[in-house]
Design a protein around this ligand. Structure first.
Ligand code: ZN
Length: 475
């Protein structure tokens, strides 16, 4: 079995915020779990940057930089941010790379030759903020794009169109045959009713775009940024040693971009004769202290700064355990601080430290026989089911509930007293506690990957436990 996970590729007109980090950390969690199960060679994890956008042209102009230099600098910043917060991507694609351009041309030409791309005139609205064509119905009562609070541009230009309308029935049949393809179910229902409401052909080129990939059959026109961006998942592995991963790809996306990924993208692939992805998951959005994050409100949170203070595990566990993956939720720094101190420093950190200290003190540092806690198999099956069902909050809750059970066993058995009077009975308790530490370390490879190696070191080897360490310093 193989697994291939993708995040959306992100616009580089700004640095990453915690919302981007949320999606990327969730995908990273899935990739880490499956690497542990299937072996690293059977998992591929792709992220990257979406660079052929008018937004980047504007941002470069604002920064007073040539576009290429600006893109190089910003792409490097995104990469560095993901490195800082412990994202284990296998590949990072930039849509200005030649490897991407070549496949975009190939796919565009194939769809064109099939007769699914034709030339026409687009007359209507376009929001550069969304990089999307808009209908009147999509605007708010002031005639503004609801996301960007401004009037979209009036556009009239020659465009190439993709015959999306021809794929209505095929898409509906696909969703009927693959009811679990798009998760969670609420997103699937939205998309199915959107398709049922009737699909219109979509513009796939821009005549006036300053920057982007030229059409193979008409170089005066640029490929519409979304049409090119979606292809990254395929172009990153096509004609490489990783090509076989295509049959196992799952897209992790935000709920705002499900129409692109779950209507247009499958139709493009059907037209091009390329097999469809294995699935897509559209996660929810979260507010910060009950308010939508925005630059103008000044409440944009930098994941790198959070990670510097709480460690990348603090950021990861705090975010992913705040609300269930797929739902909407809220996040706050005070909540993170409480979580960090109670669950990480006071919970798992304290447990590991106490047990290892006691083993040194009473058992000469001897590691108990490897004998995972009693119902280890059942516990492990429960954890697997949670992650495989993408219940990421559920998995963290289960992890911390296990910490609580182990801490409770430690307190109620008072093994430090028992060890002085009945070494045999104490050994039994220590074996049980050590089993919990082993199971927690196993889960931590997925959930707390920065701390997992330190936990492993504490468990020790060759019959001896390691040194007791502080996993999480109280804040
Ligand atoms: Zn907009």
């Amino acid at each position: 079995m193989q697994k291939y996970f993708t995040t959306p590729i992100y616009y580089v007109n700004d640095v990453p915020h915690i919302g981007h980090a949320y999606c990327t950390l969730a995908t990273d969690t899935l990739a880490r779990y499956w690497r542990q199960r299937l072996g690293a060679e059977n998992v591929w994890f792709l992220t990257g940057t979406d660079e052929n956008s008018q937004k980047t042209v504007d941002a470069a102009a604002k920064a007073g930089q040539p576009i290429e230099a600006y893109l190089d600098e910003m792409a490097a910043q995104w990469r560095a941010a993901w490195d800082d917060i412990g994202i284990s991507y296998d590949d990072f694609i930039r849509t200005t790379e030649d490897r991407h351009l070549a496949i975009v041309h190939e796919l565009f030409q194939t769809i064109f030759d099939k007769g699914d791309i034709y030339k026409g005139t687009y007359k209507g609205l376009y929001c550069t903020g969304c990089e999307a064509f808009k209908t009147e119905q999509e605007l708010d009562e002031h005639g503004h794009c609801p996301a960007h609070k401004r009037v979209p541009d009036q556009l009239e230009e020659d465009n190439y169109f993709f015959r999306l309308s021809a794929y209505e029935d095929k898409l509906l049949a696909f969703y009927q045959q693959n009811p679990n393809w798009l998760q969670p179910e609420s997103r699937r229902n939205e998309i199915v009713s959107f398709i049922k409401s009737g699909l219109q052909d979509v513009s796939v080129s821009r005549e006036t775009a300053e920057f982007g990939i030229s059409l193979p059959m008409d170089p005066q026109h640029k490929v519409y940024v979304w049409f090119d961006a979606l292809i990254n998942y395929y172009s990153a592995i096509k004609n490489t040693d990783q090509e076989s991963f295509w049959g196992h790809v799952e897209h992790i996306i935000g709920k705002d971009i499900t129409r692109f990924h779950c209507v247009i993208w499958p139709a493009m692939l059907m037209s091009a004769g390329v097999s469809l992805p294995q699935g897509a998951f559209g996660h929810g959005f979260f507010t910060i202290d009950g308010t939508k994050m925005s630059k103008s409100l000044g409440n944009v949170v930098s994941p790198v700064e959070v990670s510097e203070r709480f460690g990348s595990d603090g950021l990861r566990a705090g975010l992913l355990s705040s609300f269930e993956f797929g739902n909407d939720g809220d996040f706050s720094m005070s909540q993170l601080e409480d979580f960090y101190n109670s669950k990480l420093a006071g919970g798992v950190g304290n447990l590991f430290n106490r047990v290892i200290v006691l083993l040194h003190k009473f058992m000469d540092g001897t590691a108990p026989e490897t004998n995972r806690c009693e119902d280890a198999k059942q516990l492990e099956a429960k954890f697997d089911a949670l992650i495989e069902g993408k219940k990421l909050k559920g998995a963290y809750d289960f992890f911390f509930a296990t910490v609580d059970v182990a801490n409770q066993r430690l307190n109620e058995t008072e093994v430090w007293k028992l060890a002085k009077v009945d070494r045999e009975a104490a050994t039994e308790i220590f074996t049980e506690l050590y089993g919990y530490l082993e199971f927690l370390t196993h889960m931590a490879e997925t959930l707390l990957p920065e701390s997992a190696p330190k936990m492993k070191a504490m468990l020790g080897g060759d019959g001896k436990v390691g040194e007791a360490e502080i996993l999480f310093l109280r804040q």
